[in-house]
Design a protein. Sequence first.
Length: 166
Amino acid sequence: MKKEVDANLVVDRMRYTKNKTSANMAILAILFDVFYFVNIYKSDVSNYYYNILIGGSIVFNLLFLLAAFLCSEEIKQYNENYCYLLLAMGIIQFIRIFIIPMRAHNATVVIANVERQVMLNSQFIRCVIYLVVSGVCCVYGALVGIVKSRKLKAYIATLGEEKRRD
């Protein structure tokens, strides 16, 4: 009985507090995406990075940053729909490893008659780490947000039934 009362107290308290865990995970995902962004775009290896794929990647990065910030603000209010958006964004972060970083790591360019790898191993590893950490933060924040949102929604539904009984 005591544990049930304590659990209800914790859930009842959620009505008046923000979901900081999920929101902070979304902000952390933004931070690591910025690290990725800087790591990729500071590279200038001949003209390898001057193509439509990089242009699309820049636009996607900007949209990711905006959408992740929007998710962090909405998830604070236990809005479950934005948790699913954040989850999808996390999955996309994992997929992005195979687009620019993997291609650049496997590509070579000729500069002054010397063949050179576009992305060295150290930069590739940093890119992968940044994208993986960003994706993990998105997925973790989304899952925590879904659990908390559902728990709060179920608790509020029981409050409505208790009021009807009175």
